[in-house]
Ligand binder design. Structure first.
Ligand code: GLN
Length: 498
């Protein structure tokens, strides 16, 4: 029996394209129909069928001319925080309604150069601020596993689209967890690389010292393919890491020293920070994560106890630094240069005030106010400077752990995806749920979410793997070995038509 095209991942589709069993036009047509059928998920903010089919035709022509590559002709869509020349970009904000960028983000450009077909742009929290995709000016995204729950955020559209088999892959960004947490809530695989691995050029800035792009897909193998194509030095981003291009996909099949077929992870030391397993951790999440860790042990890894003593402090530190940077980055949205401008105003100051009052949603305004406050004279030393010092200590704590282990593991989030609206008007409740993703973000380390089982309400649970700087290859390798031995990542939400 041939499997329907939407059930296949990136590498599987790539192999069909290579063998001539499918064309990009066939795959693209099939997925566009699924996207249209599943509008109610709210995952897409725009779809351009005609442009997608033209790209698919071009990919088929490149293949017919002898070009090869597993990404050539495979569809994806981009979080609407990456600017695109051919499609509108909103960042989930009314402020950018109708905005067209004169250029493509580097990540978008590189994936298109590899021959990937862009179906459209994906919903996200406004300016990537949120954990539930309930802060988008264009409506919420539903979790494909249970439409009464959130898909996670801020890259909720990306995670939901991949989980619902509308797409084999999508891009996202992670400032404090926005790839890992929605991947966990929606049962897909996602990786945030080391800060500087993917170019931030053309990624609408939220908190520049934290923002990183990364892929969502259904497996570590697929993430490795995507990351190889989207990463690499870019002279247009001054914080881009100057390193040679990496082939994360080829590295997956390289055996570790001393490993065997049965024990592919022999020698890998996995550190379990005790602060990642607090008494308050939901029992279902704890159970799924520990069961996954036993599987890693069966694959040859050893588990060691480590400590990240400042884990709790990562919440106040992040919620000072990220808003501080956001308040500065978002000052460019003043009604003069980009997007929305108030229709009626008395003078210049009134124009700024009305434009920003109308264009930004409540969470964005809250962060601009917090950020402006912590940077203001008299409070800078008390808040911002202190937060920066603690940020350094949090990064140092990780280095102490990496003396004892190769990767760190734990849950991605303290619970499974919560019910839509569950956090009402309590923003702090959502901030607290970021506790396990923020430390790696503050340290600039790579982190990954791997489907690891199910919890309350049959909702997916993600296992987080954190590596040392530039060790995304180690994370992908470990996750790939786990996925060869388990099938959590192959489970599809019920009723999505597999
Ligand atoms: N939930 C975090 C926040 O609201 C992380 C967001 C992100 O990574 N973009 O800031």
């Amino acid at each position: 029996m041939t499997l329907p095209l939407h059930t296949l991942g990136v590498a599987e589709l790539g192999r069909r394209l290579e063998s001539g069993e499918a064309t990009s036009v066939e795959i693209t047509t099939h997925l566009l129909a699924r996207v249209a059928e599943h509008r109610q998920l709210g995952a897409f903010l725009c779809v351009d069928e005609e442009a997608a089919l033209a790209q698919a035709q071009a990919a088929d022509a490149r293949r017919a001319a002898g070009e090869r590559g597993l990404l050539l002709g495979v569809p994806l869509a981009h979080k609407d925080i990456f600017v695109t020349e051919a499609l509108p970009t909103t960042a989930g904000s009314k402020m950018l309604a109708g905005y067209r960028s004169p250029f493509d983000a580097t990540v978008v450009h590189r994936l298109a150069a590899a021959g990937m077909v862009t179906l459209g742009k994906l919903n996200c929290d406004e300016f990537a601020m949120g954990s539930a995709n309930e802060n988008s000016a264009y409506g919420p995204v539903k979790n494909p596993w249970d439409a009464t729950r959130v898909p996670g955020g801020s890259s909720g559209g990306s995670a939901a689209a991949v989980a619902a088999r509308l797409l084999p892959a999508a891009t996202g960004t992670d400032t404090g967890g926005s790839i890992r947490q929605p991947a966990s809530f929606s049962g897909v695989t996602g990786i945030k690389p080391t800060y500087g691995v993917c170019s931030r050029y053309g990624m609408i800035a939220f908190a520049s010292s934290l923002d990183q792009a990364g892929p969502f897909a259904r497996s570590a193998e697929d993430c490795a393919l995507l990351l190889s194509a989207m990463s690499g030095f870019d002279e247009r981003d001054s914080t881009s890491a100057e390193r040679p291009p990496q082939d994360y996909h080829a590295a997956l099949s390289k055996a570790r020293d001393g490993a065997s077929a049965e024990r592919p992870l022999a020698g890998l030391r996995i550190g379990l920070p005790r602060e990642f397993f607090p008494a308050a951790l939901a029992a279902d999440v704890d159970g799924a994560v520990r069961a996954a860790l036993r599987e890693f042990e069966a694959l040859g890894a050893t588990l060691v106890d480590v400590s990240l003593p400042r884990t709790e402090l990562s919440i106040p530190v992040y919620y000072i630094i990220a808003p501080a940077e956001a308040s500065s980055n978002l000052s460019r949205f003043d009604g003069v240069k980009f997007g929305h401008r108030a229709a009626h105003y008395a003078d210049l100051t009134d124009m700024y005030r009305k434009t920003r009052a109308e264009g930004f949603g409540p969470e964005v305004k809250r962060r601009i106010m917090i950020g402006t406050y912590v940077l203001s004279h008299g409070y800078y030393d008390a808040y911002y400077l202190q937060a920066q010092k603690l940020r350094r200590m949090i990064a140092d704590d990780f280095q102490a752990c990496f003396g004892q282990c190769d990767v760190i593991a734990g849950p991605v989030a303290p619970t499974v995806a919560w019910k839509s609206g569950a956090q009402g008007d309590d923003p702090v409740a959502a901030y607290l749920a970021d506790i396990f993703t923020l430390p790696a973000s503050l340290a600039g380390l790579p982190g990954m979410s791997v489907p690891a089982g199910f919890g309350e309400g049959d909702m997916p649970v993600g296992l987080q793997l954190i590596g040392n700087y530039f060790q995304e290859g180690t994370l992908l390798h470990a996750a790939h070995a786990f996925q060869q031995a388990t099938d959590w990542h192959r489970r599809a939400p019920p009723g999505i038509g597999t």
